[in-house]
Design a protein around this ligand. Sequence first.
Ligand SMILES: [Zn+2]
Length: 456
Amino acid sequence: MNIYDVVIKNAQIADPEQEVILRGNIALLNGKIAAITSENIKGKREIDAKGYIVSPGFIDIHAHIDGNMSCGELSLVQGVTTTVGGNCGGGPLNLDEFFRVQNGNGFLINQLQFIGHSFSLRHRVGITNSYIGATENEIEKMKAILEKEFYNGAVGLSFGLEYAPGSSFEEVIALSKIASKYKKLISIHTRLKAPNDLESLREAVRISELTGALVQVSHLVYQYGTGVMTEALDILDEARKRGVNIWADSGMYTSFATGMSTSVFDKEHIREFGWKFSDLYIASGKLRGRCLTKKLYESMRRKKENTIIICNTGVEEEIYEALLKDYIVLSSDSGSSPTGNMGEGHPQNTGTFPRLFRKMVREKKYISPIKAIEKCTLTPAHILGLRNKGRMAVGCDGDLVIFDLNTICDKSEFLGRGRPDAYPEGVYYVIVNGQIVFENGKIKRGVLPGRAIEMK
Ligand SMILES: [Zn+2]
């Protein structure tokens, strides 16, 4: 009889491809799923998972971990085994260096990287004003960098058009054509010039239509969960019906978090959206937990402080309306705090995936457990072109999460109500590339099997 590295026994095994949850045993060997069977099998390490679900590890298609270890910890403990960084137009360039460092040092979970346009590429070619479009020469330079980074293994191109409102449509299309040529994914944080600006979503559809590129619209609830989700979904449904290859991701919260120094908090933008200072609260640094005031706003902007601000804009029911669509997957939008203290920031950083199971599966009974699992595994793997992840099959990567469907829940809270970094409950084991990284509430220090994956 084979002796496997890890054997998980008596589990409720979730297979999102067959859309079933069946009882059985799973074996891991050399980092891969080696057997799924009802027979008795032996391992060097055996886990009795009686009463628990074993699912492919969760894939977080929209985050900003970008190699930050403490931020990665908060993803891991909710069952995420693969995270996608470089979103919203930001994140590292020089991916050859990023991959070398990450894979040299090791990381908790697997990482894929987009190349960001709106901060990263634009800054690299010397554009400092977010309200002006790139020149022809600058566009050519950005195209050349993008081609090099695709060659280095980026999963795609990301736009954060709300952060670079001056980006011209020509600039966006020129870069999108490069993504299409290399068959790369494009993630789009839409331009959103005003509240309920559905034209910005139509722009995302047009980008896919004109270039043929696969497009993923970012954090849909933060963009359109403000009373126009039905209309936004109509636009996407209609485009998909015409054959446009467009998908979207969405989170579990109605309040978004972003940097104080970005154009989202420019005076005109705040006025346009009708936000009061009392709607905006400081989520990082020494003033964390306080609402903004005019005086605080002006002094922080003057100092160009990189503080995180949380803004409550959305309608809760629109979260669920979006996530009921099969083409909309779950995402956290997690990111590190500029101070490095993960005890501040947004509860999405560590609550998103357990919250889906608590809210949509258990409390509201909007979707079945296996449909929720599919949204966190198979569908994002399909969008990302990951054939060995998100599936429960022999030969797939040994990325697994073991949790109790009856108790899994988020415990993280907004500052003032609790801890933004409180670990969720009901997640018992997280296994990455065949190695146990999280076990019964504790991260195993020094176990770093996550790979930065070059998509070539
Ligand atoms: Zn974004």
